[in-house]
Design a protein around this ligand. Structure first.
Ligand SMILES: *Cc1c(COP(=O)(O)O)cnc(C)c1O
Length: 353
């Protein structure tokens, strides 16, 4: 059989094991379902969609609703099947051979992975020991690598904190190309870059329905960015890539903003309770502004803890293979009873060590 592209042989795909266990705290999904009213309305959509017709190619109603939600122009919104497809479309359009993306590790692995898949080369700079990157490090990295695209992640997955605002501003000032801020977890955090998009021709903010909107199964994400960027992305993305059903489901979700915020508030509260419980169980826990916590078990190897947790029916994310995260694991904030089960299992595993 014909081999895949030669350059693809060099790297692994992106895998988070989908193991069937009682407590799944490994992919930062919402533990709470979307509102019942939304589920009912979505059920009704099955009858409403004109299934024999192609969807609205420009997804106007969904983009209009998102624009209204964020107080921007409809022309500044691009929608796709999850924010990963948004990122892929950005890279297909502005990356590719002879182009370079800059990432600050450790960060979301798909930024570099999708870069490579699209033939974009990847330059890497390091975050400091707090997992932040300061403005001067940004300048230095831009000078050294002269990237076409700079990726930030705010809050940063898997480390938890928002980017230093001065660092992003520095990139907007000094980078030649696009500055992408992945805000998959922004609703959990006090700051967003969306308000800044209108005053920059380089800034692209990426959002998703997968986390705060409790809609990971739906695969829906978007970017808020300058209208010229949207136009170029539309030229590259496949025609009719976003199906009618999903477009309408997204519009319906935006009618439940209050419920979304209430879910976020519950998770944030639970995050602080969980962080305290983990710390008092002896783990080193990093501060987080998202719906997950990065931690390092003390006195026992992280990989052993990961396996011990799994044997006790709790799945967390093994970050030990990620660049710059030796012996770290990441746990998603779940329901109170799931978090309790996790803390019990963590105590068990570390005590047995
Ligand atoms: C979870 C996550 C996403 C979400 O991707 P979707 O394709 O929208 O599900 C994007 N970026 C980051 C940093 C994430 O953690």
């Amino acid at each position: 059989m014909i081999e895949p592209r030669r350059d693809l042989r060099l790297f692994d795909g992106y895998h988070s094991p989908q193991v069937d266990v009682g407590v799944r705290l490994n992919t930062n999904e919402s533990p709470l379902p979307p509102p019942e009213k939304w589920v009912e309305d979505v059920a009704g959509l099955v009858r409403e969609v004109r299934w024999n017709r192609y969807p609205d190619r420009s997804a106007s109603e969904l983009r209009r609703s998102l624009a209204e939600f964020h107080g921007v122009d409809t022309g500044m919104v691009f929608v796709a099947n999850g924010s990963n497809e948004v990122i892929q479309t950005i890279l297909l359009t502005f990356g590719g051979p002879e182009r370079k993306a800059l990432v600050f590790e450790p960060t979301y692995q798909l930024h570099s992975h999708i870069s490579r898949v699209t033939g974009t080369s990847v330059a890497t700079a390091r975050r400091d020991e707090e997992f932040l990157v300061g403005p001067d490090s940004v300048s230095e990295a831009i000078r050294e690598h002269d990237p076409d695209l700079v990726f930030f992640c705010s809050p940063n997955n898997p480390t938890g904190r928002c980017e230093d605002p001065d660092a992003v501003e520095r990139a907007l000032l000094e980078a030649r190309g696009l500055v992408i801020v992945d805000e998959a977890y922004a609703e959990f955090a006090p700051v967003t870059w969306i308000d800044r998009v209108g005053s920059s021709d380089k800034l692209v903010v990426v959002r998703t329905f997968s986390k705060t909107w409790s809609m990971a199964a739906a695969r829906l994400g978007y970017a808020v960015c300058p209208p010229e960027v949207v136009r170029h992305l539309e030229e590259v993305v496949l025609p009719y890539h976003l199906d009618s059903f999903k477009q309408k489901a997204g519009v319906l979700a935006l009618r439940h903003v209050e419920e979304m915020r209430a879910r976020v508030a519950r998770i944030v509260e639970e995050r602080e309770r969980l962080a305290d419980a983990m710390t008092s169980s002896g783990a080193e826990v990093w501060p987080s502004e998202a719906n997950f916590l990065l931690f390092r078990p003390r006195g026992i190897e992280a990989r052993v803890v990961w396996e011990g947790l799994l044997r006790r029916g709790v799945l967390v994310r093994d970050c030990t293979g990620w660049p710059g995260l030796p012996d770290c694991l990441r746990v998603t904030v779940g329901l109170p009873e799931e978090n309790d089960a996790f803390v019990r299992a963590l105590r068990d595993v570390t005590r047995d060590a």
